[in-house]
Design a protein around this ligand. Sequence first.
Ligand code: 2BA
Length: 118
Amino acid sequence: MTKEGNIDKMKMVIAIVHDHDAQNLLEALNRDGFQVTKLASTGGFLREGNTTFLIGTDEDNLQELKEIIKENCRTRKKTIAPMSPVANTMESYYTFPMEVQIGGATVFVINVQEFVKM
Ligand code: 2BA
């Protein structure tokens, strides 16, 4: 039994997570019956690989889904070295080391207008 549910209450959840959390999260979602698509993605700021999950589910399952994501994705701090202007584009050029906090997960919840499997 999956958790896709009824179209009137269907949501598309987009969750961007750290690569290191992706496998555990995927296993936990599968175990709990969520249908998932996993995409390899790249963060626009750090330009590092991250993982994006697309999860279509009934809104009744949203709370459970958010708890699973929270349990499996931890917050990390990362210090990034300065970049030279020649190494990168001007809009992301910075001259001093910066500490950024990443994740646990960045989550978007979108209403689904139509859902068809043909
Ligand atoms: P990145 O774009 O590589 O960003 C990694 C982390 O760098 C971010 O962590 C944030 O702490 C920091 N950061 C991003 N842009 C920044 C900036 N202009 N100035 C200073 N610090 C900045 P998170 O916020 O946890 O985001 C993790 C990843 O989630 C992002 O990787 C991006 O792939 C995605 N993401 C976050 N917010 C998003 C949004 N509004 N739309 C689309 N993707 C988003």
